[in-house]
Design a protein around this ligand. Sequence first.
Ligand code: HEM
Length: 171
Amino acid sequence: MVHFLTDNFKILFGCGLLFLSFILYYLYFRKSFAKKRQEGFSIIKARAKSDPFSGFPAPKVVDPKEYVYLTKNELAEYNGKNEKTYIGVKYDIFDVTDNQPMYGPSGSYHFFAGKETTIAMARNSTKTEDIELDFYDVKFTSDEEEALESWYNFFKSKYPLVGKVVRGKET
Ligand code: HEM
């Protein structure tokens, strides 16, 4: 009987000791756990700050049934004079209809309406020749690529993505 009690006591004592060591381990390392977690948050915050468009917010995309494929000539019809106003950046089409003060017939950036604007965006240019140029054969510098990416993300986060510019017979 006494033997049975001492055996049980040994098990209980062992478990208690194990439990205690877990508590002590947690208390001892608690600060460094919190620090690691904080570092993780800081990295996420820094990333979001350096590229505010990296996935925040998610791009707006229309119903696939309404997704359009337009050649550059067809895109030119959506120049603010009709029901819809579209802009192409990196051959993605964005619906900018809601921003008539910018892209409508008397808007300050009307010249971009209905255009594939990739080269103009990359070169931060409003020159007609840059707006009309086709970018298939153009090689961008790293600065231009960066500017283009930044404009593309800007449009993606602000306007619904409604289609693609495709190559027609005429382009
Ligand atoms: C002296 C040079 C420039 C000034 C002072 C200027 C100023 C502005 C201002 C005040 C806005 C309106 C921002 C808002 O209220 O939403 C704007 C929008 C815009 N700017 Fe410029 N800009 C300049 C050059 C350019 C150039 C070279 C480009 C060529 C890529 C450009 C492209 C745009 C575009 C696409 C928008 C419209 C953004 C939207 O859709 O909301 N800008 N600019």
